[in-house]
Design a protein around this ligand. Structure first.
Ligand code: ZN
Length: 369
């Protein structure tokens, strides 16, 4: 999508040996990216399916082919490090800043042959092809770094890459929602230690987003106002759960946080997705986000806190009410205890949180430095 990469970000598009797309993002002047993928790769033929649970209305993706994917390889076999010293990885170049490529083991792939739901027979077994796209976003060539170690220009480059991919993937036929996220830490189930995130382009609206839109629609009917506008204004006015606020973004622990430490980061001016952020919002985001990530790492004595960082973006055709925001949370509740999703959470979707959101916000304010 021309024009969505914010200057001075340069983008170089190439393909891997099996035809998957790889995109390099560079700050400033474009760096020549001529390296060719010399691995003997066979094209993958992923065959997943999206099925609708008739009891809940939630979509489930069934992707049985992913069982063979790379699982915690030794560092010298990392597929996300640059290709160096005769060792060939997913990144043919011998160095890079930010790189995005199509996942070799995608849950969703291919152009949709009809929107899921059209294949229904009796309304109880609604299914469709698992069409869409899964991408990997490498934040840095440095295997041992993490997002919190990036400097502001690099975090900004990642934001530009997320934005560019959101624009490109949203334009693919059949894509309903673009989801940029990061899982960090083996405790979360991360299979590759190299600092990276992922992007899913779903052929359906995800369950959590669908619920948020339903809530916002009800709020609109009851008040005439946008739910997220009211929510952000109320948290800013209250202040009790605010962790850090800038001129254009505020990070706060939600009133009904589900996780021991959970922070939501909203731009003050509501936008539906990353492509709609203005220059001032883009400029401020890296500092605020890095600040919150570093606080997470200070919570439990300086180790790397496992977390999930999830961008919520409006789906296609439902862009009026949902506000772009980032939800960051950790499953760690003390230095040596994890929060597991057991019977109450996994069985009933009813969370029990052992830390009050106000205490969590106070702790996160205390670990500012
Ligand atoms: Zn690596």
């Amino acid at each position: 999508m021309a024009g969505t990469v914010t200057e001075p970000t340069a983008r170089t598009v190439t393909t891997l040996a099996d035809g998957r797309e790889l995109i390099y993002y560079d700050s400033g002047a474009a760096v020549p990216r001529n390296a060719v993928d010399r691995r003997p790769l066979d094209p993958q033929a992923p065959a997943s399916q999206c099925r609708l649970d008739p009891a809940t209305g939630d979509w489930v993706t069934v992707a049985a082919h992913r069982q063979a994917r790379t699982y915690q390889p030794p560092a010298e076999e990392c597929p996300l490090c640059p290709s160096r010293d005769g060792r060939l990885s997913e990144i043919p170049a011998d160095d890079y800043q930010v790189a995005v490529f199509e996942n070799r083991f995608p849950s969703l792939a291919g152009a949709p042959a009809g929107v899921p739901g059209d294949a229904s027979d009796d309304g109880l077994r609604t299914a469709g092809p698992g069409a869409g796209r899964c991408e990997v976003v490498c934040f840095t060539a440095d295997h041992d770094a993490s997002f919190a170690d990036l400097d502001e220009p690099r975090a900004r480059l990642v934001l530009d890459a997320w934005t560019d991919r959101t624009a490109a993937l949203s334009a693919l036929p059949g894509v309903r929602q673009v989801y940029c996220f990061e899982n960090r830490g083996a405790e979360i189930g991360v299979t590759l230690a190299h600092p990276h995130g992922q992007i899913y382009a779903f052929p359906f609206t995800t369950p959590r987003t669908a619920r948020m839109i339903a809530q916002a629609t009800e709020h609109r009917a009851a008040t005439g106002r946008n739910l997220f506008d009211d929510l952000v204004a109320a948290e800013r006015a209250d202040g009790d759960r605010v962790v850090v606020a800038g001129e254009h973004w505020t990070a706060f622990v939600p009133f009904a946080a589900r996780w021991p430490y959970e922070v939501h980061l909203y731009p003050h001016r509501r936008v539906p997705d990353l492509t709609a952020l203005d220059a001032a919002q883009r400029a401020e985001f890296p500092r605020l986000y890095l600040d919150v990530l570093r606080r997470f790492d200070r919570l439990f004595g300086g180790g790397r806190t496992p977390y999930i960082s999830a961008w919520h973006q409006a789906p296609a055709g439902q862009r009026d009410e949902l506000a772009l925001h980032l939800e960051l949370f950790t499953i760690r509740r003390t230095a040596d205890k994890l929060k597991y999703l057991a019977g109450v959470e996994s069985g009933m979707d009813a969370f029990v949180n052992d830390v009050t959101p106000e205490d969590a916000a106070r702790r996160l304010r205390e670990v500012a430095r």
